[in-house]
Design a binder for this molecule. Structure first.
Ligand code: DX5
Ligand code: ZN
Length: 226
């Protein structure tokens, strides 16, 4: 399975988003963190900004919704053309469910992703894997960039990796938070196939070279190859 590097523009210069996207044109997807100051204690950007990013980005968008009521908002990100839309299992309202949200995304042509906070178990969601194109195992508490990788989330990643292999489905496994030169191998070894990196990429002098470097490190540690 291909390994993907998705830089998070949360760590980029928000006054120059178009040129910042140009720095990572060799990456696989651009990770866009949408926060609403309700689901997480931070606020970033929303639909109108993502709509413009979609128009100017040289690579597809990987939208990560850290917001309440994804059943209301997620389909709109699919409609504007985002390649992948990921919402949090913990955020789905009482009148909806993760499967309904996932189907609304796929119907609109986007890949559907399910995100799990560090404290959320994977087991209740394993039977839903056929409804999803990606599961995001958060490796920090969502809300802020620049936090330290939480190795205690790796058993959950291994559980998911085994379940995906048993199912024969092509479900991507994404990690997000604290991914850098020192941690990407740990996540790759545990079965991650998509790596979000914010500060590690945009903090580098040459962001594109750092994307390639991370990809090589991940490939050197990929699951089952050691
Ligand atoms: C955190 C966001 C991440 C963040 C990662 O809630 O979901 O995507 O940008 O940033 P780093 O790589 O700096 O931990
Ligand atoms: Zn994110």
């Amino acid at each position: 399975m291909a390994l993907r590097i998705n830089p998070s523009i949360l760590a980029s210069d928000f006054a120059n988003l178009e040129s910042e996207l140009g720095r990572i044109r060799n990456a696989d997807l651009a990770h866009v963190d949408v926060m609403d100051n309700h689901f997480v204690p931070n606020l970033t950007l929303g639909l109108p900004v993502v709509e413009r990013l979609q128009q100017v980005s040289p690579i597809p968008l990987d939208v990560h919704l850290m917001i309440d009521a994804p059943e209301r908002w997620a389909p709109q990100y699919a409609e504007l053309g985002a390649y992948s839309v990921t919402f949090h299992a913990e955020a789905v309202g009482r009148d909806s469910d993760p499967v309904a949200v996932a189907r609304s995304l796929r119907e609109r042509g986007a890949r559907a992703g399910l995100a799990l906070k560090p404290g959320t178990d994977a087991e209740p969601f394993l039977e839903l894997l056929p409804e999803f194109d990606m599961v995001l195992v958060m490796t920090v508490e969502p809300g802020f960039g620049g936090q330290s990788f939480m190795p205690e989330t790796m058993p959950k990643l291994r559980t998911l990796s085994q379940a995906v292999r048993d199912s024969g489905l092509d479900v991507w496994l994404q990690v997000d938070g604290g991914i850098n030169d020192d941690t990407i191998g740990i996540a790759a070894e545990a079965g991650a196939t998509v790596f979000v990196a914010g500060s590690s990429v945009f903090g580098a002098e040459n962001a594109g070279a750092q994307v390639d470097h991370l990809r090589e490190l991940a490939a050197g540690h990929r699951h089952g190859h050691r």
